[in-house]
Write a protein that binds this ligand. Structure first.
Ligand SMILES: Cc1cc2nc3c(=O)[nH]c(=O)nc-3n(C[C@H](O)[C@H](O)[C@H](O)COP(=O)(O)O)c2cc1C
Length: 185
């Protein structure tokens, strides 16, 4: 598969088969992640692999978060939790924050975004499906997630990645043309 084909075939995959992701495949994804470009080679990322018992604990904090966030929408809470329970593997990606250096901290976040995208493409090649989540059960902006990770100092969560073997093919999303998003000066 060429890079252009991989980019065209990439999908946000949110539904998975009840099948564990092999440890070698998880390591292959992470090996691809750390190849991402990054300013001054700070390699400003950390990845937290969440499965098994750790995932059960993640589900607990997600349950608390959703119940607080959507107190009048029990169906939404249940549906979101069902999606999480059916997800075999969760990886949280964080970026190093450099106290007093906002610009470098921002660049670190951009580098982690590149790493996540590399993982997304590699997942497709490995027969896996992935979605980058920030909202809802992604818990990216919830303080509980940092506590769950062990309250690492000076790390910001950039993305929570849900990963598994796809349950079904996902159709492509419609995109505005590059032309309509480009100004040639
Ligand atoms: C920064 C970022 C945050 C995202 N957060 C969520 C999310 O919280 N929940 C979700 O279902 N998808 C999330 N997505 C996936 C997008 O919704 C998805 O990429 C978009 O619908 C386009 O679909 P495609 O990737 O299959 O082309 C996120 C994607 C990015 C890049």
């Amino acid at each position: 598969m060429t890079i252009q084909e991989a980019l065209k075939n990439r999908r946000a995959v949110r539904n998975y088969l009840p099948r564990e992701v092999e440890t070698e495949k998880i390591k292959a994804l992470l090996d691809c992640a750390v190849l991402a470009p990054n300013d001054r080679l700070r390699q400003p990322w950390h990845f937290y692999v969440i499965r098994g018992e750790a995932k059960a604990r993640y589900e607990e904090i997600a349950r608390e978060f959703l119940a607080e966030r959507f107190p009048t929408k029990p169906h939404l809470v249940q549906e979101s939790l069902a999606v999480l329970e059916k997800t075999p593997l969760v990886i949280v990606a964080t970026a190093d924050i450099i106290p007093g250096d906002e610009a470098s901290s921002e660049d670190n976040e951009y580098a982690v975004c590149c790493a996540i995208h590399s993982m997304w493409l590699a997942a497709g090649e490995l027969g896996l499906g992935m979605v980058w989540r920030t909202r809802g059960i992604g818990l990216v902006r919830d303080e509980r997630l940092l506590q769950f990770l062990g309250s690492p100092e000076n790390q910001k969560v950039v993305g929570t990645l849900f990963i598994g073997y796809p349950e079904a093919d996902v159709p492509p999303t419609a995109r505005a043309s590059a032309d309509s998003k480009t100004t040639w000066l």
